[in-house]
Design a protein around this ligand. Structure first.
Ligand code: 13P
Length: 355
Protein backbone atom coordinates (compact mmCIF):
# COMPACT_ATOMS: atom_id res chain seq x y z
CA UNK A 1 0.00 0.00 0.00
CA UNK A 2 1.42 3.38 -1.02
CA UNK A 3 1.10 6.69 0.77
CA UNK A 4 -1.54 7.47 -1.84
CA UNK A 5 -3.56 4.44 -0.69
CA UNK A 6 -3.26 5.53 2.95
CA UNK A 7 -4.52 8.95 1.97
CA UNK A 8 -7.45 7.48 0.12
CA UNK A 9 -8.47 5.39 3.18
CA UNK A 10 -8.15 8.50 5.37
CA UNK A 11 -10.33 10.46 2.95
CA UNK A 12 -12.88 7.63 2.87
CA UNK A 13 -13.14 7.82 6.67
CA UNK A 14 -14.07 11.50 6.42
CA UNK A 15 -16.23 11.25 3.30
CA UNK A 16 -18.79 14.06 3.22
CA UNK A 17 -21.57 13.51 5.76
CA UNK A 18 -19.87 10.55 7.44
CA UNK A 19 -17.91 9.84 10.60
CA UNK A 20 -16.62 7.00 12.75
CA UNK A 21 -18.23 4.84 15.44
CA UNK A 22 -15.85 4.15 18.35
CA UNK A 23 -17.01 0.77 19.69
CA UNK A 24 -13.79 -0.46 21.21
CA UNK A 25 -14.63 -0.46 24.94
CA UNK A 26 -12.61 -3.10 26.75
CA UNK A 27 -14.47 -5.97 28.39
CA UNK A 28 -14.36 -4.36 31.90
CA UNK A 29 -15.60 -1.01 30.56
CA UNK A 30 -18.46 -2.50 28.57
CA UNK A 31 -19.30 -4.72 31.53
CA UNK A 32 -19.63 -1.63 33.75
CA UNK A 33 -22.00 -0.05 31.22
CA UNK A 34 -24.02 -3.27 30.98
CA UNK A 35 -24.10 -3.56 34.80
CA UNK A 36 -25.62 -0.08 35.13
CA UNK A 37 -28.57 -1.31 33.05
CA UNK A 38 -28.77 -4.79 34.57
CA UNK A 39 -27.50 -6.49 31.39
CA UNK A 40 -25.35 -9.56 31.95
CA UNK A 41 -21.94 -9.18 30.30
CA UNK A 42 -20.92 -12.37 28.51
CA UNK A 43 -19.04 -12.96 25.32
CA UNK A 44 -22.41 -13.68 23.72
CA UNK A 45 -24.15 -10.53 25.00
CA UNK A 46 -21.24 -8.31 24.02
CA UNK A 47 -21.24 -9.83 20.56
CA UNK A 48 -25.03 -9.43 20.25
CA UNK A 49 -24.71 -5.76 21.19
CA UNK A 50 -21.96 -5.07 18.69
CA UNK A 51 -23.73 -7.05 15.97
CA UNK A 52 -26.87 -5.00 16.62
CA UNK A 53 -24.92 -1.79 15.98
CA UNK A 54 -22.97 -3.08 13.00
CA UNK A 55 -26.04 -4.41 11.17
CA UNK A 56 -28.25 -1.34 11.66
CA UNK A 57 -29.88 -0.83 8.28
CA UNK A 58 -28.68 2.35 6.63
CA UNK A 59 -25.88 3.02 9.16
CA UNK A 60 -23.40 2.99 6.30
CA UNK A 61 -24.97 6.24 5.03
CA UNK A 62 -23.40 8.09 7.96
CA UNK A 63 -20.75 5.76 9.38
CA UNK A 64 -17.54 5.34 7.40
CA UNK A 65 -15.60 3.20 9.87
CA UNK A 66 -15.90 1.36 13.19
CA UNK A 67 -13.14 1.07 15.78
CA UNK A 68 -13.24 -2.37 17.41
CA UNK A 69 -11.14 -4.00 20.08
CA UNK A 70 -9.44 -7.36 20.11
CA UNK A 71 -12.40 -9.47 21.28
CA UNK A 72 -14.77 -7.95 18.72
CA UNK A 73 -12.56 -8.21 15.65
CA UNK A 74 -12.15 -11.93 16.39
CA UNK A 75 -15.89 -12.54 16.80
CA UNK A 76 -18.35 -13.85 14.26
CA UNK A 77 -21.94 -12.73 13.84
CA UNK A 78 -24.87 -15.04 14.62
CA UNK A 79 -24.73 -16.37 11.04
CA UNK A 80 -20.99 -17.09 11.30
CA UNK A 81 -19.69 -14.08 9.35
CA UNK A 82 -16.63 -12.40 10.93
CA UNK A 83 -17.74 -9.04 12.37
CA UNK A 84 -15.06 -7.24 10.33
CA UNK A 85 -16.67 -8.73 7.22
CA UNK A 86 -20.14 -7.71 8.45
CA UNK A 87 -18.89 -4.13 8.48
CA UNK A 88 -17.24 -4.39 5.07
CA UNK A 89 -20.52 -5.76 3.67
CA UNK A 90 -22.17 -2.52 4.85
CA UNK A 91 -19.49 -0.44 3.13
CA UNK A 92 -17.91 0.40 6.51
CA UNK A 93 -14.16 0.19 7.11
CA UNK A 94 -13.05 -1.98 10.07
CA UNK A 95 -10.60 -0.38 12.51
CA UNK A 96 -8.82 -1.46 15.70
CA UNK A 97 -7.90 0.16 19.00
CA UNK A 98 -4.28 -0.79 19.31
CA UNK A 99 -2.89 0.84 22.46
CA UNK A 100 -2.81 -1.17 25.67
CA UNK A 101 -4.03 1.62 27.90
CA UNK A 102 -2.94 4.65 29.87
CA UNK A 103 -0.60 3.71 32.74
CA UNK A 104 0.78 5.86 35.59
CA UNK A 105 3.68 8.01 34.44
CA UNK A 106 6.82 7.38 36.48
CA UNK A 107 7.71 10.48 38.47
CA UNK A 108 4.30 12.11 37.96
CA UNK A 109 1.66 9.98 39.71
CA UNK A 110 -1.30 12.14 38.63
CA UNK A 111 -0.52 11.67 34.95
CA UNK A 112 -0.43 8.78 32.53
CA UNK A 113 1.47 7.60 29.51
CA UNK A 114 -0.19 5.31 27.01
CA UNK A 115 1.56 2.00 26.43
CA UNK A 116 1.52 -0.59 23.67
CA UNK A 117 4.58 -0.07 21.48
CA UNK A 118 6.18 -3.43 22.31
CA UNK A 119 5.31 -5.96 19.63
CA UNK A 120 3.18 -3.37 17.85
CA UNK A 121 4.46 -4.17 14.35
CA UNK A 122 3.34 -7.81 14.67
CA UNK A 123 -0.03 -6.89 16.14
CA UNK A 124 -0.69 -4.41 13.35
CA UNK A 125 0.23 -7.03 10.77
CA UNK A 126 -2.17 -9.52 12.34
CA UNK A 127 -5.07 -7.06 12.51
CA UNK A 128 -4.47 -5.98 8.92
CA UNK A 129 -4.82 -9.65 7.99
CA UNK A 130 -8.19 -9.69 9.79
CA UNK A 131 -9.42 -6.77 7.68
CA UNK A 132 -8.51 -3.70 9.77
CA UNK A 133 -7.64 -0.70 7.61
CA UNK A 134 -7.09 1.86 10.33
CA UNK A 135 -6.12 1.96 14.00
CA UNK A 136 -6.32 4.29 16.93
CA UNK A 137 -4.18 5.11 19.94
CA UNK A 138 -5.34 7.41 22.72
CA UNK A 139 -3.11 9.56 24.89
CA UNK A 140 -4.77 10.98 28.00
CA UNK A 141 -3.87 14.45 29.23
CA UNK A 142 -5.09 15.75 32.60
CA UNK A 143 -5.51 19.49 33.14
CA UNK A 144 -4.83 21.37 36.35
CA UNK A 145 -3.21 24.78 36.86
CA UNK A 146 0.17 22.98 36.81
CA UNK A 147 -0.49 19.99 34.52
CA UNK A 148 0.24 18.65 32.00
CA UNK A 149 3.92 18.33 32.78
CA UNK A 150 6.58 18.53 30.10
CA UNK A 151 7.38 14.87 30.81
CA UNK A 152 3.78 13.83 30.15
CA UNK A 153 3.56 15.83 26.94
CA UNK A 154 6.77 14.55 25.48
CA UNK A 155 6.25 10.89 26.48
CA UNK A 156 2.73 10.78 25.04
CA UNK A 157 3.59 12.72 21.88
CA UNK A 158 6.55 10.45 21.23
CA UNK A 159 4.47 7.29 21.73
CA UNK A 160 1.70 8.60 19.45
CA UNK A 161 4.25 9.37 16.74
CA UNK A 162 5.98 5.97 17.03
CA UNK A 163 2.59 4.27 16.83
CA UNK A 164 1.55 6.34 13.81
CA UNK A 165 4.77 5.61 11.93
CA UNK A 166 4.40 1.87 12.56
CA UNK A 167 0.78 1.94 11.41
CA UNK A 168 1.71 3.54 8.12
CA UNK A 169 4.53 1.04 7.65
CA UNK A 170 1.98 -1.75 8.11
CA UNK A 171 -0.56 -0.12 5.77
CA UNK A 172 -3.06 1.08 8.35
CA UNK A 173 -4.19 4.68 8.68
CA UNK A 174 -3.37 5.93 12.19
CA UNK A 175 -5.92 7.90 14.11
CA UNK A 176 -3.87 10.03 16.46
CA UNK A 177 -5.85 10.81 19.59
CA UNK A 178 -4.45 13.15 22.23
CA UNK A 179 -7.41 13.60 24.58
CA UNK A 180 -7.36 16.53 26.97
CA UNK A 181 -9.89 15.35 29.55
CA UNK A 182 -12.99 17.38 30.24
CA UNK A 183 -13.11 16.27 33.91
CA UNK A 184 -12.34 18.84 36.61
CA UNK A 185 -13.09 22.55 36.83
CA UNK A 186 -10.84 24.28 34.30
CA UNK A 187 -12.14 27.13 32.17
CA UNK A 188 -12.55 26.98 28.40
CA UNK A 189 -9.58 29.35 28.12
CA UNK A 190 -7.36 26.89 30.00
CA UNK A 191 -8.63 24.06 27.80
CA UNK A 192 -7.76 26.05 24.68
CA UNK A 193 -4.29 26.81 26.00
CA UNK A 194 -3.53 23.20 26.94
CA UNK A 195 -5.08 21.72 23.79
CA UNK A 196 -2.87 24.03 21.72
CA UNK A 197 0.26 23.01 23.61
CA UNK A 198 -0.63 19.33 23.24
CA UNK A 199 -1.31 19.58 19.50
CA UNK A 200 1.92 21.45 18.98
CA UNK A 201 3.90 18.72 20.77
CA UNK A 202 2.09 15.94 18.90
CA UNK A 203 2.62 17.37 15.41
CA UNK A 204 6.25 18.09 16.15
CA UNK A 205 6.74 14.45 17.17
CA UNK A 206 4.80 13.19 14.13
CA UNK A 207 7.07 15.15 11.82
CA UNK A 208 10.18 13.94 13.68
CA UNK A 209 9.09 10.32 13.20
CA UNK A 210 8.42 10.82 9.49
CA UNK A 211 4.67 10.27 9.66
CA UNK A 212 2.89 11.15 6.40
CA UNK A 213 0.34 13.73 7.50
CA UNK A 214 -1.78 13.07 4.39
CA UNK A 215 -2.31 9.47 5.54
CA UNK A 216 -3.56 10.03 9.10
CA UNK A 217 -6.49 11.51 10.99
CA UNK A 218 -6.44 13.59 14.15
CA UNK A 219 -8.92 12.75 16.92
CA UNK A 220 -8.90 15.63 19.41
CA UNK A 221 -11.14 16.86 22.18
CA UNK A 222 -13.26 19.92 21.57
CA UNK A 223 -12.30 23.10 23.38
CA UNK A 224 -14.82 23.27 26.22
CA UNK A 225 -14.88 24.09 29.93
CA UNK A 226 -14.24 21.27 32.42
CA UNK A 227 -17.35 19.42 33.62
CA UNK A 228 -17.04 20.93 37.11
CA UNK A 229 -16.39 24.48 35.90
CA UNK A 230 -19.11 26.76 37.31
CA UNK A 231 -19.36 28.57 33.97
CA UNK A 232 -20.48 26.24 31.22
CA UNK A 233 -19.88 28.02 27.95
CA UNK A 234 -22.79 28.25 25.48
CA UNK A 235 -22.65 26.25 22.26
CA UNK A 236 -22.09 29.40 20.20
CA UNK A 237 -18.76 30.01 21.99
CA UNK A 238 -17.44 26.44 21.79
CA UNK A 239 -17.32 26.44 17.98
CA UNK A 240 -15.04 29.49 17.59
CA UNK A 241 -12.69 28.47 20.43
CA UNK A 242 -12.34 24.96 19.02
CA UNK A 243 -11.81 26.03 15.44
CA UNK A 244 -9.33 28.76 16.41
CA UNK A 245 -7.22 26.23 18.30
CA UNK A 246 -7.31 23.71 15.45
CA UNK A 247 -6.48 26.33 12.82
CA UNK A 248 -3.44 27.36 14.84
CA UNK A 249 -2.07 23.89 15.37
CA UNK A 250 -3.24 21.35 12.77
CA UNK A 251 -1.37 21.34 9.43
CA UNK A 252 -3.50 21.59 6.30
CA UNK A 253 -2.00 18.35 4.97
CA UNK A 254 -4.08 16.38 7.51
CA UNK A 255 -7.22 15.21 5.64
CA UNK A 256 -9.56 15.08 8.59
CA UNK A 257 -10.26 15.88 12.20
CA UNK A 258 -12.70 13.55 13.97
CA UNK A 259 -13.69 14.65 17.45
CA UNK A 260 -14.14 12.36 20.43
CA UNK A 261 -17.23 13.09 22.54
CA UNK A 262 -15.35 12.78 25.83
CA UNK A 263 -18.35 12.48 28.16
CA UNK A 264 -20.55 15.20 26.65
CA UNK A 265 -24.21 14.28 26.33
CA UNK A 266 -25.18 12.86 22.98
CA UNK A 267 -27.10 16.01 22.08
CA UNK A 268 -24.33 18.40 23.06
CA UNK A 269 -21.68 16.45 21.16
CA UNK A 270 -23.82 16.74 18.02
CA UNK A 271 -24.62 20.42 18.58
CA UNK A 272 -20.95 21.31 19.13
CA UNK A 273 -19.85 19.50 15.99
CA UNK A 274 -22.55 21.30 14.06
CA UNK A 275 -21.47 24.65 15.54
CA UNK A 276 -17.87 24.14 14.36
CA UNK A 277 -19.01 23.22 10.87
CA UNK A 278 -21.39 26.17 10.56
CA UNK A 279 -18.64 28.72 11.15
CA UNK A 280 -17.72 30.66 8.02
CA UNK A 281 -13.95 30.48 8.72
CA UNK A 282 -12.11 28.23 6.34
CA UNK A 283 -11.50 24.66 7.42
CA UNK A 284 -8.72 23.08 5.41
CA UNK A 285 -9.59 19.60 6.72
CA UNK A 286 -12.88 17.68 6.98
CA UNK A 287 -14.30 18.07 10.50
CA UNK A 288 -16.37 15.11 11.65
CA UNK A 289 -16.90 12.71 14.54
CA UNK A 290 -15.45 9.55 16.03
CA UNK A 291 -17.85 9.18 18.91
CA UNK A 292 -18.20 6.36 21.38
CA UNK A 293 -20.52 7.31 24.20
CA UNK A 294 -22.40 9.97 22.22
CA UNK A 295 -23.33 7.46 19.50
CA UNK A 296 -23.88 4.39 21.61
CA UNK A 297 -25.56 5.47 24.84
CA UNK A 298 -29.13 5.85 23.50
CA UNK A 299 -28.81 2.59 21.55
CA UNK A 300 -27.55 0.65 24.56
CA UNK A 301 -30.43 1.91 26.67
CA UNK A 302 -33.05 1.19 24.03
CA UNK A 303 -31.72 -2.36 23.60
CA UNK A 304 -31.36 -3.06 27.33
CA UNK A 305 -30.15 -6.57 26.63
CA UNK A 306 -33.46 -7.81 25.21
CA UNK A 307 -33.78 -9.59 21.87
CA UNK A 308 -37.20 -8.00 21.54
CA UNK A 309 -35.51 -4.57 21.64
CA UNK A 310 -32.92 -5.10 18.91
CA UNK A 311 -34.89 -3.05 16.39
CA UNK A 312 -35.33 -0.22 18.94
CA UNK A 313 -31.58 -0.24 19.64
CA UNK A 314 -30.82 -0.05 15.94
CA UNK A 315 -33.30 2.77 15.48
CA UNK A 316 -31.67 4.77 18.30
CA UNK A 317 -28.22 4.20 16.82
CA UNK A 318 -29.38 5.17 13.34
CA UNK A 319 -30.86 8.40 14.72
CA UNK A 320 -27.59 9.44 16.38
CA UNK A 321 -25.56 8.47 13.31
CA UNK A 322 -27.90 10.50 11.10
CA UNK A 323 -27.82 13.55 13.39
CA UNK A 324 -24.04 13.49 13.58
CA UNK A 325 -23.74 12.93 9.84
CA UNK A 326 -25.77 16.11 9.38
CA UNK A 327 -23.64 17.96 11.97
CA UNK A 328 -20.50 16.98 10.08
CA UNK A 329 -21.71 19.22 7.25
CA UNK A 330 -23.32 21.88 9.48
CA UNK A 331 -26.87 20.81 8.62
CA UNK A 332 -28.10 19.49 11.95
CA UNK A 333 -31.41 20.89 13.18
CA UNK A 334 -33.47 20.50 16.35
CA UNK A 335 -36.24 18.93 14.30
CA UNK A 336 -33.97 15.96 13.63
CA UNK A 337 -34.28 15.07 17.32
CA UNK A 338 -38.07 14.75 17.29
CA UNK A 339 -37.82 11.00 16.73
CA UNK A 340 -34.60 10.53 18.68
CA UNK A 341 -35.06 8.41 21.82
CA UNK A 342 -32.85 8.87 24.86
CA UNK A 343 -30.40 11.41 23.45
CA UNK A 344 -30.49 13.57 26.58
CA UNK A 345 -28.23 12.84 29.54
CA UNK A 346 -29.74 10.70 32.32
CA UNK A 347 -27.81 10.78 35.63
CA UNK A 348 -26.40 7.23 35.47
CA UNK A 349 -24.61 8.10 32.24
CA UNK A 350 -22.68 11.03 33.64
CA UNK A 351 -20.14 8.73 35.27
CA UNK A 352 -19.37 6.84 32.11
CA UNK A 353 -15.63 6.86 31.79
CA UNK A 354 -13.62 5.90 28.81
CA UNK A 355 -10.83 3.32 28.76
P1 13P B 1 -16.03 9.01 23.38
O1 13P B 1 -16.72 9.64 22.20
O2 13P B 1 -16.96 8.26 24.28
O3 13P B 1 -15.13 9.97 24.09
O4 13P B 1 -15.14 7.86 22.78
C1 13P B 1 -14.37 8.12 21.70
C2 13P B 1 -13.01 7.70 21.96
O5 13P B 1 -12.44 6.99 21.16
C3 13P B 1 -12.35 8.18 23.19
O6 13P B 1 -11.15 7.56 23.36
Amino acid sequence: MTSHDLQSVALTLVATGKGILAAYETIPTLTRRFDALGIQSTEHSRRTYREMLFTSAGAGEFISGVIMQDETIRQKSSDGTPLAQVLSNQGILPGIKIDTGAKPLAGSPDETVTEGLDGLRDRLREYHGMGARFAKWRAVIHITDALPSVACLSANAHALARYAALCQEQHLVPIVEPEVLMDRSHTIERCEEVTGIVLHAVFRALVEQGVGLEGMLLKPNMVIAGKECPYQVPIRDVGPATLRCLRRHVPVAVPGIVFLSGGQSALLATAHLNAVNRLPDSKPWKVSFSYGRALQAPALEAWHGGDENLAAGQHAFYQRARANGAASVGQYTDEMEAASPGADDPPHRRDWRDD
